[in-house]
Design a binder for this molecule. Structure first.
Ligand SMILES: [Zn+2]
Length: 163
């Protein structure tokens, strides 16, 4: 199972809500669907991910969700082949503005290249939006056969073909 920003956020939200049944009802989806998202077997839809970020932010504020400590390591965020980028310089590495403090979704991050300040949760939701657009663009491009398939996707379907 591949750990992604989606599966991590869903697991943390599920813990904070008191289980996947509770989170499924918050998200208004069948528990089986949520569990496929949580295991990474199905893609978490954008709308559900944004709702999860919203709930997690509220739980972090109330102390219900455990928050990892920022450990001073540079942070980068990826979904599939996409990396979260600084809006000013396109940088892909970020550092917590407050090293050693809990890394909440409301925490400020600084671009390591130019120092631009971004909010952790905003960066993730922007990345999720970009990931959806990217996947639509790739699907359209493949349908037109104008672009080669990205390697990660090609590998995945090769695997699928082995089953
Ligand atoms: Zn920057």
């Amino acid at each position: 199972m591949r750990d992604t920003i989606y599966t991590q956020a869903l697991r943390r939200a599920s813990d904070a809500e008191g289980g996947s049944a509770a989170l499924a009802s918050v998200l208004n989806v069948p528990q089986g669907t949520l569990e496929r998202w949580m295991s990474g077997r199905a893609q978490t839809p954008l709308r559900a991910f944004l709702k999860v970020l919203e709930r997690l932010t509220a739980h972090e504020a109330s102390g219900a969700a455990p928050v990892p400590l920022a450990n001073g390591e540079p942070l980068s965020f990826h979904m599939g082949q996409l990396l979260a980028r600084c809006g000013r310089c396109d940088g892909i590495e970020f550092a917590p503005a407050d090293a050693g403090a809990p890394l909440k979704l409301t925490s400020a991050l600084l671009c390591r290249a130019c120092g631009e300040k971004v909010v952790h949760g905003n960066l993730l939701s922007q990345l999720a939006h970009d990931a959806v657009q990217y996947s639509h663009a790739m699907t359209a491009a493949r349908a037109r056969r104008h672009l080669p398939r990205p390697r990660a996707l090609a590998k995945k379907s090769a695997r699928d073909g082995e089953r």
